[in-house]
Design a protein. Sequence first.
Length: 126
Amino acid sequence: MLSLLKALRAFIAASAHAARDTAQPDPLLVQRGIILVLVLMLAGAAWAVLVWAPGQVGIDMPTTMSTTTGLHAMLFLATWVVMMVAMMFPTTAPMFLVFHKVQAAKYQPDDAFAFTWLFVTPYLLV
């Protein structure tokens, strides 16, 4: 969490510094801000689902094996994926920002932004 706060402070300081120097915002800083906000929004949405979901599960759910065991397994897997997004995305945000910075040094800013989301999406799927 501390590294996330440091990354956020660095982003704010850099964007304030860039705003003073030029009238045009640096596209890389704007893209990093978008990446950070979207990753944190995904994590926040996952936390909201985790907080909301326990109230929707009935206490009378059967604990024995039934013909719907496959559905329970799918529900467990979906809940586990949401929990992983909620807990892991805030801690991986600095990694995504560093990946974007490395890609921006190699490619055009728009390409770096696309490559970053091509990196984030499989991370989410895996």
